[in-house]
Design a protein around this ligand. Structure first.
Ligand code: GAP
Length: 455
C-alpha cells in the first residue's frame, strides 16, 4: 500500500515525527514541528549530506553563515526587485492563488506557466474558464506582483533598519568567497557547502511539508574555471542522483527535468531539477544549476570589492563560474518516508507497518527491550547504558513484546535487543532484524562489535 499525504500525516503525528506548529493555540498555518523521531531523521539526513558533500569530500569545505545579511546582498542579487510570484484572488471566496500554480493544478501539470508574463497567465485562466478550487467560481482579480522576502527590523530605532530573513543559504557563501579562499588554502576548482534555514513568504504553501515559509536547505556552491562548468555540472548532477539512491530513494521514483533554453533563468547556462514522484505527481526535489559568474559579479559590482581569482599557475585572473546543487531537507524527508513506508503482508491476514529506511538514516539504530519488565528490567538498563555509548538507542519496557517489535518496525529501528531469562543464565541477548524478523543470540560482551559491523 502506498501512503497518501493524509495517511502520512497521521502516521508522522502518531509516532512523533511531525506535529502541527503551535497546536495548543489552534496552530499557525503551514508550520510544522519535528518531534523526537523527526529531529533524529532530519539530523541523520543532514549529517549524511555533510559527510558526502563536505567533510568526507576532497573537493569541498563548509561554512555556517548568518541568516540576516546586509540588505545590499538582496539588492545585488535582484531578490528585492524580482523575487516575486504572480498573486491573484478569487473575488467570490477571497482565496489567494499563485496564478502559475493555479494553471498547473487545473491542467494536471500538463501546462507549465512558470515564466509566462502576467497577461498571458490571466488570458489563459479566462479563456479556459479555470475555476477556483475552493468555491468553483471563475471570477478572479487581476494578477499582482508579490515579493517573497520576509522583511523585519534590526536594532532599536525604526528608520532604515529593514533587514530580510534569507530566502536561500547560497548568498552567505558568495559573501564569504574571498575569506574562505584566503583562509582555507584552496585552489579553484573547489566548493563551499552550507546547511541552514531559509524563509520565503510563499503565496500558496502546502502539500504538507513540501512547500513551507520556513524550511532548511543543503546547498553547495562549486567554483570552477569558466569553460569547465558544463563538465562540473554533469559531475554534480550525477553525484546528487547517487546521493538520493544512497538515501534509499527508488530509481523509478526519481527523474531529471532539464530546463529548455527558454525556461533557463537569465544568468544560467544549464539547469536540471531532480523530480520525485510525490502523491500529487512528479515535483521538484532538488535544483541543480550552472549559475555562471552572476552572483560574484553582482556582489563585486555593488560592494566594490574585487572578488576575482588569481590562478597561481597561469597568473590569469577571472571570476569563477558556479555550479549549485540546492536541496530542501523537508522535501527529501518526505520522499524518504514515502518511498520506504509500507504495510507488509505477513500471511494469515496479518500485516505490519514497516519503515524500511536505510540503517544510517533510521531515527533509532537499536531498541532495547526487557522481555518482562518486572524480571528483566535491571539487566536491560545495563545493556541500554552500554549501547548508548555507541548507538542511538531507545528503551521500551511497556506492553507485550510483539507489540513493541511492531512499534520498532513502524519507526524503522533496524535491530531490537531483547533481554530475557536466558540472559541471566548465559549473558546473551536476542538480536532481531527489522526486515527479516530473524533472531539470533549474541553475547553481551560481543554485542557492540556485532552491531557496529551491521550498522
Ligand atoms: N539557491 C538556489 C535556490 O534556492 P530554489 O530552486 O529556489 O533554488 C532550492 O530552491 C531547493 O530548496 C528546492 O529544490 C527545494 O528543495 C527547496 N525549497 C525551495 N523553496 C521551498 C519551500 N518553500 N519549502 C520547502 N523547500 C523549498
Amino acid at each position: 500500500m502506498k501512503y497518501n499525504l493524509d495517511q502520512l500525516n497521521t502516521y508522522a503525528k502518531r509516532y512523533g515525527f511531525i506535529y502541527q506548529g503551535s497546536e495548543i493555540y489552534g496552530g499557525l498555518a503551514n508550520t510544522w514541528d519535528y518531534g523526537p523521531l523527526g529531529v533524529n531523521l532530519k539530523n541523520n539526513i543532514k549529517s549524511f549530506w555533510w559527510k558526502k558533500f563536505v567533510s568526507q569530500n576532497k573537493l569541498n569545505v563548509g561554512i555556517d553563515s548568518s541568516i540576516l545579511l546586509n540588505p545590499k546582498t538582496w539588492e545585488a542579487t535582484g531578490h528585492l526587485s524580482s523575487f516575486k510570484d504572480p498573486l491573484m484572488d478569487c473575488k467570490e471566496c477571497k482565496t489567494r492563488y499563485r496564478a502559475d500554480e493555479l494553471i498547473k493544478r487545473s491542467t494536471n501539470s500538463s501546462v507549465d506557466a512558470d515564466g509566462w508574463d502576467y497577461k498571458k497567465m490571466f488570458d489563459y485562466i479566462g479563456e479556459h474558464k479555470i475555476k477556483c478550487p475552493n468555491c468553483g467560481a471563475s471570477n478572479f482579480t487581476d494578477i499582482r506582483e508579490f515579493n517573497l522576502m520576509f522583511k523585519t527590523q534590526q536594532g532599536v530605532t525604526s528608520d532604515n533598519n529593514d533587514v530580510y530573513l534569507r530566502p536561500e543559504t547560497a548568498q552567505g557563501i558568495f559573501l564569504n568567497f574571498k575569506n574562505i579562499l584566503r583562509t582555507s588554502r584552496r585552489k579553484i576548482p573547489f566548493g563551499i557547502g552550507q546547511i541552514g534555514k531559509s524563509f520565503r513568504n510563499e503565496i500558496t504553501p502546502g502539500n504538507y511539508v513540501f512547500r513551507t515559509r520556513e524550511f532548511e536547505q543543503m546547498e553547495l556552491e562549486f567554483f570552477c574555471k569558466p569553460g569547465t562548468e558544463i563538465d562540473w555540472f554533469k559531475f554534480w548532477k550525477e553525484f546528487s542522483y547517487q546521493f538520493l539512491l544512497d538515501c534509499g530513494l527508488k530509481e523509478d521514483s526519481i527523474k531529471f527535468y532539464n530546463h529548455s533554453k527558454e525556461k533557463l533563468a537569465f544568468y544560467s547556462n544549464a539547469t536540471t531539477d531532480i523530480l520525485f514522484a510525490y502523491p500529487w505527481g512528479y515535483d521538484e526535489l532538488w535544483g541543480i544549476s550552472s549559475r555562471t559568474d552572476y552572483d560574484l559579479k553582482s556582489h563585486q559590482e555593488l560592494s566594490g570589492e574585487n572578488l576575482e581569482y588569481l590562478d597561481p599557475q597561469t597568473n590569469d585572473t577571472y571570476l569563477p563560474y558556479v555550479i549549485e546543487p540546492s536541496l530542501g531537507i523537508e522535501r527529501l524527508f518526505l520522499a524518504i518516508l514515502l518511498n520506504n513506508l509500507e504495510e507488509e503482508e505477513l500471511g494469515d491476514n496479518k500485516t505490519r507497518t514497516l519503515l524500511r529506511i536505510n540503517k544510517n538514516l533510521a531515527p533509532y539504530q537499536v531498541n532495547v527491550l526487557p522481555l518482562v519488565k518486572k524480571y528483566h528490567n535491571e539487566l536491560a538498563e545495563e545493556v541500554y547504558d552500554l549501547l548508548l555509548k555507541n548507538f542511538t538507542a531507545f528503551y521500551d519496557e511497556n506492553g507485550n513484546i510483539g507489540r513493541r517489535y511492531r512499534r520498532a518496525d513502524a519507526i524503522g529501528t533496524p535491530y531490537c535487543i531483547t533481554i530475557d531469562n536466558q540472559t541471566q543464565e548465559d549473558e546473551t541477548v536476542t538480536v532481531r532484524d527489522r526486515d527479516s524478523m530473524d533472531q539470533i543470540r549474541v553475547k553481551i560482551s560481543e554485542l557492540t562489535d556485532y552491531l557496529k559491523k551491521l550498522l
